[in-house]
Design a binder for this molecule. Structure first.
Ligand code: OSB
Ligand code: MG
Length: 377
């Protein structure tokens, strides 16, 4: 278990800043459930002892990936979660996580608060977040997630990203845009490390079609069935050779336990922002290790703040498959942080310094801010 051996006096959260931020996407991103042309997200700053901790929420404006929404999360943060932690002292991030634990669901909203506190906490110890959570190494392996588009242009994008050294290519699929795409990609790139992600758009009635994917040597098939399902994934996995990887279905440690115990997946995508935060992600990581199930770090088109959190988490030992935390310039012409989070040869360097190791770009941030509020105890 990744204990927090580091100790210090309890940290009192004195103030918070909550922003709604909007960044246009360089390339529209289409998945089975729709197309995103911009990234809109809550950005949270927690303040204590002259230090600031940062995190972003990964919920979408509409409940199309999971059920949380930006508007709902902003309300919950503003009126419930932040008033609950403001003015309170916490001996460690576990104590803050414990305070928020009784609330039902809302894993993305609670993760926003919890992750900002981990950054604050690590900075107060003057340690990189990765050291506080038990990670090692100065870079991580990454792949890319390519949205749905015409097959010929998708193949060009696959080639371009393989040339850049990305270690795995994930293709988004949906009914009517699956077998032909994967066949073309496998024919064109016989030895590439390929995966597909269905974002919950098939059912067990599609079992025969999904079984045909066994012919393409995919490393795994991500979330073929419903976002809230575990049971049917176990049925499907028993009928397929290719490992299934769960994304949407894993929102809590208990979801993960049930999935592993029933054989609903043989790979787990950990997204810290959709799993309630870093502590839950550490627990999911350790649970998967105990089941000898590999994990990798997914993405939600995060700005540099969420991207930095993802990178630190990915330095834990059971993150043995390349993650989705690719170069920020693939998503945004300008990020809201001062550092450039760019890969080289399919490796993403870990931002150096205390906490998540990145700083807000205060020249640019106001231009990307839709609303801004300050909260105090
Ligand atoms: O299912 O992993 C997913 C993006 C938005 C919502 C869901 C998903 C994704 C991605 C992109 O696959 C990951 C990234 O590049 O950040
Ligand atoms: Mg996914």
């Amino acid at each position: 278990m990744p204990a927090t051996p580091q100790t210090r006096a309890p940290l009192r959260i004195e103030a918070a800043e909550l922003r709604l931020v909007r960044l246009p996407l360089v390339t529209p991103f289409t998945i089975a459930t729709g197309t995103m042309t911009e990234k809109v997200f809550p950005l949270l700053v927690l303040k204590a002892d002259g230090i600031e901790g940062y995190a972003e929420g990964v919920m979408d404006p509409l409940p199309d990936y999971l059920e949380e929404t930006v508007a709902g999360a902003m309300d919950l943060l503003r009126n419930v979660l932040l008033p609950q932690v403001l003015g309170q002292s916490f001996a460690n991030p576990q104590a803050l996580n414990h305070l928020l634990a009784p609330w039902r669901g809302n894993q993305m909203a609670r993760a926003t608060v919890e992750m900002a506190f981990w950054d604050l906490w690590a900075k107060s110890l003057n340690l990189p977040l990765q050291s506080v959570i038990g990670g090692t190494g100065d870079a991580i392996d990454v792949g890319v997630s390519l949205g749905i588009g015409p097959i010929d242009s998708t193949l060009e994008r696959v080639a371009a990203h393989l040339d850049q050294g990305y270690k795995r290519i994930k293709l988004k699929i949906k009914p009517g845009h699956d077998i032909a795409l994967v066949q073309a990609a496998r024919d064109a790139f016989p030895t590439a490390h390929l995966t597909v992600d269905a974002n919950s758009c098939y059912t067990l009635a599609d079992t025969a079609l999904l079984q045909r994917l066994d012919g393409f040597d995919l490393d795994y098939i991500e979330q073929p069935l419903a976002w809230d399902d575990i049971h049917d994934h176990a049925t499907l996995q028993a009928r397929m050779a290719t490992p299934l990887c769960l994304d949407e279905s894993i929102r809590t440690v208990e979801h993960c336990r049930k999935a592993l115990q029933t054989g609903a997946g043989r790979v787990i995508n950990i997204k810290v922002g959709r799993s309630g935060g870093i502590l839950n992600s550490l627990r999911i990581h350790d649970l998967c290790a105990a089941f000898a199930v590999p994990v990798w770090c997914g993405g939600m088109l995060e700005s540099g703040i969420g991207r930095a959190h993802n990178i630190h988490l990915s330095t834990l030992p059971n993150f043995t498959k390349p993650g989705d935390t690719s170069s920020a310039s693939r998503y945004f012409t300008r990020d809201i942080i001062e550092q450039k989070l760019e890969t080289s040869g399919g490796r993403m360097p870990v931002p150096q310094g205390a906490g998540i190791g990145v700083t807000l770009d205060h020249d640019f941030l106001p231009h990307a801010t839709l609303s801004h509020e300050s909260l105090r105890a």
